[in-house]
Design a binder for this molecule. Structure first.
Ligand code: ASP
Length: 310
C-alpha cells in the first residue's frame, strides 16, 4: 500500500554571490524574517488542508509583497527604468499551468498567473493582453511607481554606469522568488515570480514564466521552481528536464537536480539553483552559486532557513 503523502514545502528568494561578509547582521535578519514569514503562509495553507496550488500562491504572494526580493514590489528595473514582471504557476494534478509576461501594474503577478490557469482558455498571456485580462478578472492593480524602490533605482544607475545587464543585485544575486509544495493528498504544485534582470532590454523574457524552463509540476514526477541566469535555464529546459529524468529514467530527484544544476548548467556558464519536491520525501534545494535564500519544512519536521552555501 502506498504510504500517505506528508505535506512538504520549499521556497527560494533568489540565488547568487551572497557572501556572509557583505550582508550586515540586520540585513541577514530581515531576509531570514521574510523567508520565515513566507514559509508560515504556505505552512498554514497546507496544515489547514489547503491544496498545493494554494500554498504555493500564498508563499509567492508573501515574497512578492516583500521589497527585499526581486518580484512584485521591489522588482528590478529595465534599461528604461520601468518594471516588467513575469510569473508562472503549475498544478501537478492535471498539469494545468498559467503564466503572465511583462506586467506593469498587477500587484501580485502569481495571482494573475493562477487566474490564467483557472479562468482562461490559455496558458500564457503577455503585455497589454495580460493587463486587459487582469481588468476583466478584477485583479488588484497599482500605480507602476508603487513597485519601484530607491534601492532598485540605485542599482539601475550602477548598472548603466557599468554598461551591464545585471541579475538582481550588483553582487550577482538572482532575486526571483518561487515555491514548490506537496499537499497531504499527494498533489504537487510549483510557482515562480520575478522582475527579471536589472537594466534588461525592454521585452526581455526569462525562464520564470516559461513552463518547463523555470517552473514545472507533475504529480507523476516532481515540482520544480528555478532561480538564476534565465537565458541558460531556458536553453536547458531545466525544470521539465528534471521531471523527465525522474519520470523516464527513474532517477532519484536529488540526483536529477544535481545533474542539471551542478553539472549541465555550469557547462554553459549557467549560475543559479532550483528547489524541488517529489511524490514523497524531503524537499531538494540545490544551487551552484555562493548562496540561495531558501526555506523548507516537511510535515512533522522543523522549519529550515538558509542563505549561504555552508
Ligand atoms: N531567472 C530570473 C530571470 O532570468 C532571474 C532570477 O532568478 O533572479 O529572469
Amino acid at each position: 500500500m502506498e504510504q500517505k503523502a506528508r505535506w512538504a514545502l520549499a521556497l527560494h528568494g533568489g540565488a547568487g554571490t551572497i557572501l556572509r561578509e557583505k550582508l550586515s547582521a540586520a540585513g541577514e535578519a530581515s531576509f531570514r524574517e521574510g523567508l520565515a514569514h513566507a514559509l508560515t503562509c504556505g505552512r498554514a495553507a497546507l496544515k489547514g488542508g489547503g491544496s498545493a496550488v494554494e500554498a504555493v500562491e500564498r508563499v509567492v504572494v508573501a515574497l512578492e509583497d516583500n521589497p527585499l526580493f526581486n518580484a512584485g514590489r521591489g522588482s528590478v528595473l529595465t534599461s528604461q527604468a520601468t518594471v516588467e514582471m513575469d510569473a508562472a504557476i503549475m498544478d501537478g494534478r492535471a498539469r494545468d499551468a498559467g503564466a503572465v509576461i511583462g506586467l506593469r501594474m498587477v500587484r501580485n503577478p502569481v495571482c494573475l498567473a493562477r487566474k490564467v490557469m483557472e479562468e482562461s482558455d490559455h496558458v500564457v498571456l503577455a503585455w497589454q493582453g495580460a493587463e486587459a485580462f487582469a481588468r476583466r478578472v478584477s485583479a488588484e492593480t497599482v500605480d507602476p511607481e508603487w513597485f519601484i524602490t530607491d534601492h532598485r533605482r540605485k542599482q539601475l544607475e550602477d548598472a548603466r554606469e557599468a554598461a551591464m545587464v545585471t541579475l538582481d543585485h550588483n553582487d550577482g544575486k538572482y532575486g526571483t522568488v518561487g515555491a514548490v509544495a506537496r499537499d497531504s493528498a499527494g498533489n504537487l504544485a510549483a510557482g515562480t515570480s520575478t522582475g527579471g534582470m536589472t537594466n534588461k532590454h525592454p521585452g526581455r523574457v526569462g525562464d520564470t514564466p516559461l513552463i518547463g524552463a523555470g517552473t514545472y509540476a507533475d504529480n507523476r514526477s516532481c515540482a520544480v521552481s528555478a532561480t538564476g541566469h534565465g537565458e541558460m535555464f531556458i536553453r536547458l529546459t531545466v525544470a521539465r528536464d528534471i521531471a523527465a529524468m525522474v519520470e523516464y529514467q527513474g532517477l532519484d530527484l536529488a540526483e536529477a537536480v544535481r545533474r542539471k544544476v551542478l553539472i549541465e548548467l555550469p557547462e554553459i556558464g549557467g549560475s543559479g539553483g532550483v528547489i524541488a519536491l517529489g511524490r514523497t520525501g524531503r524537499p531538494v534545494l540545490t544551487f551552484n552559486t555562493r548562496g540561495m535564500y531558501r526555506a523548507c519544512q516537511s510535515e512533522g519536521g522543523q522549519a529550515e532557513i538558509g542563505i549561504f552555501a555552508d
